[in-house]
Every structure is written in C-alpha cells, then in structure tokens.
Design a protein around this ligand. Structure first.
Ligand code: ZN
Length: 108
C-alpha cells in the first residue's frame, strides 16, 4: 500500500510503503500499491499481452506498482490510476531497463 501525502502548493507527492489489509488493495478501494497483481479500475479496456511486451527483449513485463491519481473536474477521468510495468530481464542494469506506464481511467 502506497501512502501519499499531498503538498499542493509545491506539487510534490511523497510516498512511502506500509503493510495493508488485503481488502484495502482491491479494486473498489482504488488502491495505490507496489507488487502483487494490478488492481484494475475496470475489466474493460485492459492492456493486451503484446502491449505489455518489452520493446527490447520481447518478454512480457511485470507489474511493478500503481498509483491512484484522479483528475478532478473531468468526468471522463474521474477515477484514474497509473500502472507501471517493468522488464525483468536480469542482464540489464536499471538504467536501461524498460518501463511501460499504463493509464487506466473510468468515469463515475
Ligand atoms: Zn526487456
């Protein structure tokens, strides 16, 4: 579970990890979390396997973390979560590791 504290005046989001009860990590809670499986906002419009493939090694990327980041004032993106996937090919250093950011959004 990724706890966030807003500092709107400086537009900085700080996050730190803490243990969470399993129910807090399920989709209806709009969790921000690291590891495990993605808690999708909706079962529709999910990324396909080829879309989560590493451009370099062509292997499927693994789920790294997700951050709930709603956009206020816009119905279409009322709920929005950023999902970050990364390549797990061990030969590569972190600097050249591939990442994919998937933006899931749903209206009310
Ligand atoms: Zn790769």
């Amino acid at each position: 579970f990724l706890h966030q504290s807003w500092r709107p005046e400086r537009s900085v989001v700080l996050g730190f990890l803490e243990e969470a009860e399993p129910w807090r990590l399920r989709s209806p809670q709009f969790p921000s979390k690291v590891g495990g499986k993605p808690a999708w906002l909706s079962q529709r419009g999910l990324p396909s396997l080829p879309e989560l493939e590493c451009e370099t090694c062509r292997l499927p990327m693994v789920f790294l973390l997700q951050v709930y980041a709603p956009v206020s004032g816009q119905d279409r993106t009322f709920h929005r979560t950023l999902f970050l996937f990364c390549c797990k090919t061990p030969e590569k250093g972190l600097r050249e590791r591939g990442f994919i950011l998937w933006i899931g959004q749903t209206s009310v």
